[in-house]
Ligand binder design. Sequence first.
Ligand code: AMP
Length: 288
Amino acid sequence: MEVYNDIQSVQRKVNSLIREGKSIGFVPTMGYLHEGHENLLKAARKENDFVILSIFVNPLQFGDGEDLDHYPRDEEHDRKTAEKNGVDLIFLPTNDIMYPNPLSIEMTVTRRADVLCGRSRPGHFEGVVTVLAKLFNICRPNRAYFGMKDAQQVAVVDALIQDYNFPVELIPVPTVRESDGLAKSSRNVNLTEKERHQAPAIQKGLQIGRKMVEEGVQDPEQVKEATRQFLESETRGKIDYIELLSYPDLKPVDHINQQVILATAVFFERARLIDNVVFNQKSRASKG
Ligand code: AMP
């Protein structure tokens, strides 16, 4: 397994792979790898000749007062996890390597980002698409793997790829969960013991909403309210949002008769957790 901090070494490798006609699978992460990330790596390993993992805690996608300083890191563990999952190359840049100068050209996300996490975290998706545009240009992958835990990110990356003609196939991967249903997240280590007990209620609350729709409820307000009541009774976390929108367009719906996402974000003391279900009316959850 090769490990590089600098862009030139990655580009040199990628150029020779492309010359040899090898396919490249790419998994961008912020590190502190867990089974969710491992599932992306496994999918990439299965479908490509060469697998690149990037580990970069991108400061551009964190707002003021967010958990950039508390974001967990463990490079040794990440290297071992990468090795175990057959990663061929880790790209581990520093901030100075990724952003040597202030950017002269900035990207703005005009759709799919004014709702859900985009509304609560202004500038977040601008930071995400900026770093991904750079990483796609550096790694030149045939396929890039993203988790449905961050379903809005999948929708925004889909738009980035379409709008800017990146020759990359976006592969969404289902959410990996703990046995009690809590979505695996690097941020779960920042939960207190009590909060950790309450956190599975997030997915349970979303499933209650999904079941209502599958049983025929078509009014989004009723569904969101049932999820809210459950979350408020089962956790002491502060609900940031509960939204039900079309997916992947992320537009408001009056009447549920298409594929939708029911998503929530909950603030605990030192961690903001997100989760979602994507489903069609009267069908089983399709993803995530
Ligand atoms: P992060 O390191 O949190 O930026 O995540 C890197 C990638 O892993 C993103 O595409 C996430 O959606 C994905 N990911 C994070 N947690 C999970 C999970 N529990 N299941 C599946 N994918 C995940």
